[in-house]
Design a protein around this ligand. Structure first.
Ligand code: CDP
Ligand code: CDP
Length: 225
């Protein structure tokens, strides 16, 4: 059976990474979280006090950065210049600034080139904002996952709570809406549903339900390919 390439896109808190990771385990595919690459660059830019509006400075920083994604049973591990930054890139300061960094066309082009290489071999489940439209436009299966903004903010609130971070749910909702807007309205590869993507509204679905649905869709594609 041929292992396929799966593109999963959608806004923050839709459930992409949780669901993609579990589906990848069941299918024995490699899960690639592309948001982690934009987060790693944002983390480094903040550490080096770069001007986040300076596209050329951020591109230069990216070109001299080694960002590695390694699958592990505890979830994808992210290494920046050899240092494990998997936790650090989830901090609120990175989350608040990542969409500004990700809006630069030159940064996106380099990121997309790197991500295309990661998807080359197949057997990959990649999530992000532009995977079905730019990174793997010929993916055998494309999904666009979403949920209501209230539900996505509630999920982020619970996520933060479990990591000892307390941010009011309304503040999280505003951040999510602001990022949705920046991601959807930018000129370079904006967040939009690919024409041939299957839409999944996860608002009222359990994680297990969505994982099962994806596993079934993949198996059907594997058999037909
Ligand atoms: O996990 P969460 O949904 O909060 O975000 P993420 O997947 O870690 O992505 C963080 C940010 O990176 C997004 O809000 C986008 O601005 C950007 N991103 C992107 O532009 N393109 C991608 N393929 C992945 C992420
Ligand atoms: O990657 P993305 O930003 O799209 O979302 P996520 O980080 O995978 O999901 C955000 C939170 O929502 C996680 O804590 C998931 O466990 C939770 N979730 C949920 O409760 N029900 C779903 N159907 C999907 C995700």
């Amino acid at each position: 059976m041929k292992k396929i390439r799966i593109a999963i896109d959608g806004p923050a808190g839709a459930g992409k990474s949780t669901i993609a990771k579990l589906a990848a385990e069941k299918l024995q595919y490699t899960y690639v979280d592309t948001g982690a690459m934009y987060r790693a660059l944002t983390y480094k830019s903040l550490q080096q006090k770069k001007n986040l509006a300076d596209e050329q400075a951020l591109l230069e920083l990216l070109m001299s950065s080694c960002i590695e994604l390694e699958p592990s049973p505890a979830g994808q591990q992210v290494y920046l210049d050899g240092q494990n930054v998997s936790e650090a890139i989830r901090m609120p300061e990175v989350t608040a600034n990542v969409s500004e960094v990700a809006a630069h066309a030159a940064v996106r082009k380099e990121m997309v080139d790197r991500q295309m290489k990661l998807a080359e071999s197949g057997g990959v489940l990649m999530d992000g904002r532009d995977i079905g439209t730019h990174v793997i436009p010929d993916a055998e299966l494309k999904l666009f996952m979403s949920a209501s903004a209230d539900e996505r903010a509630r999920r982020r609130f619970e996520d933060n709570k479990s990591r000892g971070i307390h941010i009011p749910v309304e503040e999280l909702k505003q951040d999510i809406l602001r990022r949705d807007k920046l991601d959807s309205e930018r000129e370079a590869s904006p967040l939009i549903q690919a024409e041939d993507a299957i839409f999944l509204d996860t608002t009222t679905l359990t994680i297990e339900d969505v994982v099962e649905e994806i596993v079934n869709l993949v198996k059907a594609k594997e058999q037909s390919g």
